[in-house]
Write a protein that binds this ligand. Sequence first.
Ligand SMILES: N[C@@H](CCC(=O)N[C@@H](CS)C(=O)NCC(=O)O)C(=O)O
Length: 201
Amino acid sequence: MTDLTLYFCPRTRSFHALWMLEEIGEPYDLRVVNIRDDIQSEAYGAVNPMRKVPALEVDGELITESPAICAWLADRFPGKGLAPAVDAPGRGSYLRWLFFAGSAMEPAFIDKAMSRETPRQTAGWGDLATVKASLVRALDGQEYLVGDQFTAADLMVGSTLNFMMNFKLLERAEPFAAYVDRLVARPAFKRAMARETELAG
Ligand SMILES: N[C@@H](CCC(=O)N[C@@H](CS)C(=O)NCC(=O)O)C(=O)O
């Protein structure tokens, strides 16, 4: 059996990985890390020198960065159907949107949070308006980003949209509202949310 340990702090981006673990449904351990102090310890520096959560320890190997954690889990447990197989149609689109969450959505929303404008030709993420327009186009006429299948790419993109809505950085409006509502209705999301709420105290 694979030994899975998630370094997690409630009410942070580490929720992406918690939700993914619940989708996978394999046993895992949680180590709660307080991002105000624990994260600065020497011990946590050895887990993630970036001093960020989440981190997933797999049989002693450490994986950081939420999209990488989700990609690894989806590929390690292919029977859960959370990623198209390497040689299946949709694999390219799946990877595209999975990476888009971290490389385009995140920095574009942080620009907004910081009330700053990075020139779009300089920024690898372009700008928030174009990021949103790209997602609107990707979701046009479909329930999920890759055909009719929920994948880890939806988890990362949807969880990021939900996070940004909760922080009032994104209006709860269509088409994103219906998409996020569909994702948060998943039993695995609800289990992860219940676990997080319990841990947040
Ligand atoms: N690129 C990372 C970002 C993770 C991240 O920003 N984590 C925040 C919590 S929301 C954190 O650990 N902050 C602690 C700190 O910077 O002191 C990922 O996608 O997993």
